[in-house]
Structure formats: structure tokens, C-alpha cells
Write a protein that binds this ligand. Structure first.
Ligand code: SF4
Ligand code: SF4
Length: 93
């Protein structure tokens, strides 16, 4: 399936952090992680400043200079990955 130009890949940033012990204890106390966990997966929802919209269709305004993280991204929705490239091509930017 080709890129749907939904823009979702450019609307969140996910990463893993390894908090210090005090913070781990706090996270366990809050029930955010289990006792013994060492890592925390975080997702920050935020529209990338380079995300542009053509109606309901997304594209990247800095495709040629986009971060490596973006160029390496393999989209589960669009086989082949990095399909924001297709989105950009569709709007001729
Ligand atoms: S690469 Fe995937 S998540 Fe990103 S716009 Fe295309 S279909 Fe949507
Ligand atoms: S730089 Fe481009 S490809 Fe990367 S998140 Fe922003 S809009 Fe998406």
C-alpha cells in the first residue's frame, strides 16, 4: 500500500529514556512502569514544524534536508517506508 499522506509519522516523537533510580521509584509509585523496569517509552504528540498540509494530505517541507530519523523511518502503513517522500512528490514540493 502506498503512503496515505495521513501525516501521522510527523505528528509524534517516540523515544526510550532510562531514568535515574529516584525517578524510577516515582514512576513505579505512579503505576506508570512496573517495579524492576529500567526504561520508559515516551510518545510526545506534536506536529513537526516542517509538516505542511494540502487539504487533508501531508507532506514534508524540508524533504531533502530532513533528519536521518525521518529518512530511516519504515512506515507500518506504507510498505517500503519513508513514504512521506511520495507525499512530497505528489504536491510537487
Ligand atoms: S509514511 Fe505512513 S504515517 Fe507517514 S504519511 Fe505516509 S502513510 Fe502516513
Ligand atoms: S522533518 Fe519532515 S519528514 Fe521529518 S517529521 Fe518533520 S515533516 Fe516529517
Amino acid at each position: 500500500m502506498a503512503c496515505q499522506r495521513c501525516g501521522e509519522c510527523c505528528r509524534k516523537v517516540g523515544f526510550i529514556v532510562q531514568p535515574q533510580k529516584k525517578m524510577l521509584d516515582l514512576l513505579v509509585a505512579h503505576g506508570l512502569i512496573k517495579d524492576g523496569d529500567k526504561q520508559l517509552k515516551l510518545t510526545v504528540w506534536h506536529d513537526c514544524q516542517h509538516l505542511v498540509w494540502d487539504g487533508e494530505f501531508a507532506s514534508c517541507a524540508i524533504y531533502d534536508d530532513r533528519p536521518e530519523f525521518c529518512s530511516d523511518f519504515l512506515c507500518p502503513r506504507a510498505r517500503g517506508g519513508g513514504k512521506i517522500q511520495e507525499a512530497r512528490a505528489m504536491v510537487g514540493s
